[in-house]
Design a protein around this ligand. Sequence first.
Ligand SMILES: Nc1ncnc2c1ncn2[C@@H]1O[C@H](COP(=O)(O)OP(=O)(O)O)[C@@H](O)[C@H]1O
Ligand SMILES: [Mg+2]
Length: 233
Amino acid sequence: MSYDTLCSMEQIEQDLLNNFRPPAFPGSFFISFEGIEGAGKSTQIIKIKDYLESKNYRVLVLREPGGTPFGEKLRSAILNTKTTLHPVAEAHLFAASRAQLLEEVTLKELSVPNTVVICDRYIDSTMAYQGIARNLGIKTILDMHNCFPLNLVPHLTFYLKISIETSQERQKMRNAPKDYFESQGIEFYRNLVEGYEQAYQLFPKRIKLIDAEKNGDEVYKSVLKELVNLLEN
Ligand SMILES: Nc1ncnc2c1ncn2[C@@H]1O[C@H](COP(=O)(O)OP(=O)(O)O)[C@@H](O)[C@H]1O
Ligand SMILES: [Mg+2]
């Protein structure tokens, strides 16, 4: 299959997209950070957590896959596998971890007023990684998530966008051993960026595109602006 075919926008009905909604708990917010490795997700999450706590929110940071005892087992099984997983298996493992996290943690926490749950990666990662880079198609991923609780999406998602070159430079700086996804080639990364682009086009209200090539303070300013907008409206 050619790159063009792989990346052509699929026909996804508005009815399907409308089934994805944020959880309705007054006074509580669900947000996620997305972007390829090195985009600055972890860096920005720390700053945003501090900001929110200074405004007296209870803040929980969750990571995907993982975040529950069972989810952490799935995380290490996925990230440390020595054999390539079938994309369908991979997508279902991520969804299993996500459903468990929603049930055991996210929804319970959000039911407490004044809570912000921040997810380091969420459904858009699955669209980018398994949907496009692993070639399942974005519609397959959305169909898989089209039931409670997997159809719950964040109020706001920050897509920290960087180039593949910047990603590689920052990963080198970080100097940690590469995991299952990080050791993929350039073509894989190109597909990830395309996947995030498609997710952004499908969910333009929820996803805020942030230029994360800029320095950390500039990125933080852009993120904060959108966040304050959410909290105040
Ligand atoms: N805006 C930025 N400009 C330059 N370097 C950054 C920026 N944001 C993060 N970094 C650095 O890049 C590396 C990866 O950042 P990190 O927050 O871990 O990214 P992610 O969690 O998205 O993989 C870290 O060494 C971090 O200090
Ligand atoms: Mg990180």
